[in-house]
Design a binder for this molecule. Structure first.
Ligand code: ARG
Length: 408
């Protein structure tokens, strides 16, 4: 874990202004009391009691956001193996994964779905300084219909369990939103369609009626929370957007009308386009069901094509990986895929910095390297605008003014 916060002077080759795409070259960044107090061209000396950090060959970037993770899930434990895991065990898995995530340069994450409020326990432990990790915007259990993607359908009716977030009907879903808020949720997640990794759900089929989705979103917004909807299927994507969700997750089967609706409503898309490589490559060993592998064979390619279309149409895009399905710490691998399937390097970096900070209403404090914002930044070797794969190896991480990772 990090030492006591000291004021810092950082000398690096460059710093990226993610808003304009301009590099400040070379750069001095000064940290006072957990805030960026100066950022200027050149390697100037500043008088006072500072720790000076030299980062030759490195580019500074804002701390990264991953808007879709499951920190308390283990990528080696899928399908029936999950039935062996308690929520207490999941929280301990989360301790390991939080550290790996921070080491990968992700200083903020949105955790979209966890068993037994394990994500909220983890968030509190990080906040209290007991364990290292990113700042977590946590959902608690995802809301879902009986038998849907966010329920647990692995067992027969004699042994069946019902997932904690299951609620059917407009008032039941409102009550569930209130319950999650009561126990510490920062954001509401619900499942608007079937999914890949659930047993017995049709990935394209809508779950929840328009009326239920409207109720979820209006209740969450009333209380000042944002809403993320899992949706692969076209109709579910559209209903979620019409209900007013802040972001749609996965967004695999996109059509022109859905794109138009997203643009009209200002909805963000969070598309986990690296995930398919892990699921199809390693998933079987990890316990992913054959039925899910078959669904993935259809979804993966469609989602990547949809990603390119959404980018081209100018939909607001945020970086969301669904890490937890695949190993935490590998989050950065998605950057190169985002470029391969339609983004510029700068767009991919914006999707993991200023855009998610805006979605989470944190853009006054986070998301770009600016005087007055939190000292929350990373360093990578080389220039990510020229070679995006440098984002897979982060050398240096400062979160809230504290050095959390130093692998120079
Ligand atoms: N959690 C998601 C689901 O089960 C993962 C989807 C992964 N596949 C993909 N191509 N992104 O539906």
């Amino acid at each position: 874990m990090s030492a006591l916060a000291e004021d810092l002077i950082i000398h690096a080759d460059a710093a990226l202004d993610v808003k304009t795409g301009k590099l400040i070259k070379p750069v001095t960044l000064v940290v006072d009391d957990n805030k960026i107090s100066e950022i200027k061209r050149g390697h100037s000396k500043v008088s006072g009691d500072y720790k000076v950090i030299e980062l030759p060959g490195h580019t500074l970037l804002p701390g990264l956001f991953d808007m879709h993770v499951h920190l308390t899930s283990d990528s080696q434990v899928h399908g029936y193996k999950r039935l062996q895991r308690t929520s207490q065990r999941a929280a301990i898995t989360g301790v390991r994964n939080a550290k790996r995530t921070l080491e990968a340069g992700f200083t903020s994450v949105r955790n979209l779905g966890a068993v037994g409020y394990s994500d909220i326990a983890l968030k509190q432990a990080i906040y209290d300084g007991d364990v290292p990790g990113p700042r977590i915007f946590a959902s608690g259990p995802s809301l879902g219909v009986t038998g849907g993607h966010c329920d647990n359908n692995l067992l027969t009716h004699e042994h069946a369990v019902t997932a904690k977030g299951v609620a059917d009907g407009p008032w039941a879903v409102r009550a569930k939103v209130r319950e999650n808020i009561k126990f510490g949720a920062d954001v509401i997640k619900y499942c608007a369609t079937g999914g890949v990794l659930s047993k017995g759900t049709k990935v394209g089929a809508q779950q929840y009626t328009q009326e239920e989705m409207d109720a979820i979103v209006s209740e969450a917004h009333l209380r000042g929370l944002t809403v993320a909807a899992h949706a692969h299927g076209t109709e579910g994507i559209k209903s979620a957007i019409k209900a007013g969700v802040d972001s749609v997750e996965h967004v695999s089967f996109l059509d022109d009308e859905a794109i138009m609706l997203a643009k009209k409503h200002g909805t963000y898309f969070s598309m986990d386009i690296y995930n398919t490589e892990y699921i199809l490559g390693e998933g079987e060993k990890a316990g992913i069901l054959e039925e899910s592998l078959n669904k993935e064979r259809v979804v993966g390619a469609r989602q990547r094509a949809s990603f390119g279309k959404a980018v081209k149409a100018g939909v607001k895009m945020v970086f969301g990986s669904d890490a937890g399905v695949y190993p935490h710490g590998d989050n950065g691998k998605q950057f190169s895929r985002m470029v391969k399937f339609g983004m510029t390097e700068l767009q991919a970096l914006q999707a993991a910095t200023i855009t998610p900070a805006t979605l989470l209403k944190q853009d006054q404090k986070l998301g770009s390297l600016e005087v007055g914002k939190y000292a929350d930044f990373i360093a990578v070797k080389g220039n990510p605008l020229e070679n995006i794969s440098v984002m897979e190896q982060v050398s240096f991480v400062v979160k809230d003014g504290e050095i959390e990772v130093d692998k120079r």
